[in-house]
Design a protein around this ligand. Sequence first.
Ligand SMILES: [Zn+2]
Ligand SMILES: [Zn+2]
Length: 275
Amino acid sequence: MQKEWQITVWGVRGSAPRPEAGYLEFGGNTACISVDCGEELVVLDAGSGLSALGRSIAVGGRREGRQRIHLLLSHLHLDHVMGLFSFPPFFDPSAEIHIYAQAASLRSLEALAGPPFWPLGLSDYPATLCLHKLRADELFSIKGLKGYTMAGNHPNGSLLYRLEAESTEASEKSLTYALDCEADASVLPALTEFSHKTGLLIWDASFAPKDLRPGWGHSTWEQGIRTRKAAGAEAVLMTHYSQDYSDSFLRIQEQEAARIDSACRFAKEGMVITL
Ligand SMILES: [Zn+2]
Ligand SMILES: [Zn+2]
């Protein structure tokens, strides 16, 4: 019997948190999504939403006898790592936390953790932290899963991820995480191929179509719908919204998008999607 994946949204904003009234229906935290694959817990980016995930694990989401978490970082822009250093499982001596990123990002992360930016260095936490270097166009594995990477089109670079169930019976189960990537002609053919027939395409919807700023390294929900259709992906989940977009503005965008594509959803913090 194929195991279900439970995908939980913990943070939906790009650039900076927006924790105030009028923004909390969609959510005020920055990028973080978890994928519970049954055996392994994978976390995509460590924005401010990571804190709530950490607390939920401490309160009862904990698996028997172990605490193994795989954190996949797209890049080190602060909206993607601001939740990392105070992630509650870092303080649990029984936790085993694997952090995956490009080699240069891992070196920078080691410099960022520690004085004067933060009182604790990565080796000072009670948890066991294991760092894994990734490159673009690499295949890597996590127990029961195959991971693929692709270079995003983003200032300072980013890594996009595709996760697939490893076993043959579950081989159709997959998701593609494409945040912080400007889907222009330089990257679109490769990104469409990378998202081919994926179960869920998680998309950088930083901009409403009328606000797109070429060169900023981000995309629109309209581009996400086009890519979903071209790739034959089953569904697309929009996230990484500009911190300027209020709930009422996002609700209008969500309705417009739903008229064009019934397989399009807008992420909200706390949303759970089962694959
Ligand atoms: Zn970002
Ligand atoms: Zn970025």
